[in-house]
Design a protein around this ligand. Sequence first.
Ligand code: IPM
Ligand code: MG
Length: 372
Amino acid sequence: MKLNIAVLSGDGIGPEVTDQAIKVLKAIALEFDHAFLFKEALVGAVAIDAHNNPLPDATLDLCKSSDAILFGAIGDPKYDNNPSALVRPEQGLLKLRKELGLFANIRPVRAYDTLLDKSPLKAEIIADTDISIYRELTGGIYFGEKKLSDDGNTASDLCEYSRYEIERIAHLAFKAAQTRRHKVTLVDKANVLETSRLWRKVVTELKSEYPDVALDFLFVDNAAMQMILNPRQFDVILTENLFGDVISDEASVIGGSIGLLASASVGDKYALFEPIHGSYPQATGKGIANPIASILSAAMLLEHFELHDEAEMIRTGVEKSLKLNITTPDLNSIYDNVTTSKVGDFIADFISNPNDTSINFSNIHLGQSTII
Ligand code: IPM
Ligand code: MG
């Protein structure tokens, strides 16, 4: 298969983790005889620095003419600490989501057996967790009208949803549940918010089209608690934009590191793949950022094009790296010299030598990129 992939690595650790995803995709292309062509463009703070625009036209054009987008991270402390900044890196990502109609953000959350002790939550609580979060991504309070009074003392953000916006993502969530454990949990705040009551009504109506899927409801405050009390109860979580943002960061604690959580943002025409973590500016250039979320996002990209064996190969490589402690310091208490790039090398090497059953601690030379 031939794929044109736009690479928007963005800010902070974005470029270093995205490099590892590209490395792994190149290994897949070689092994499975595909042609992946990568073209880079600026987004976020780096684009503001270069063009005073977090999403330059050239970047948007490249995305529109590509088959898929690999996204890194966005954000810079110099904007976070300046509430009066008119241009912000995050606007680049939000505009991209809107312009490309990426209305569904899918965030898988798993507890890996080998990492159960890395989570601050008890192993018996998180074991076997397997959740797929469907977060609405182009509506709600993120995109409603924003106001600030002339005296600067009153502000508001409008939260608006239409039936159509709810229906299109709800269909995807129900369909996903049909391939999983047949359960959708709608997370909302229907005891307070009108938009949430509309979500409940519309989703309940749609449910009749999916008789084999059970639907239940949780208020978001309760859902936040249930997520760490009993995460195994969840199969597919369906929720609106802001609740999904918050719940998915919380859910990352289950996996042991936010550096593991990948995501796909899809619409009718375009698809973008990105780790859920941010730009982690304190770690930039230190080689300590975990590239696995980015690498697993690349696996989701392949899955999107029905390249199932290829995606599975990446996931197996990731599991092997976790098992052998070829991981960055957020997960590693054994080796202190495993860098971002070495994790990428290991997984790419695994793809090139999948049948090398001799992979074990002693024959992995951590100082080099190859398995000897
Ligand atoms: C995410 C991020 C973004 C969001 C930011 C960077 C705008 O937190 O993808 O979860 O809030 O959607
Ligand atoms: Mg977020």
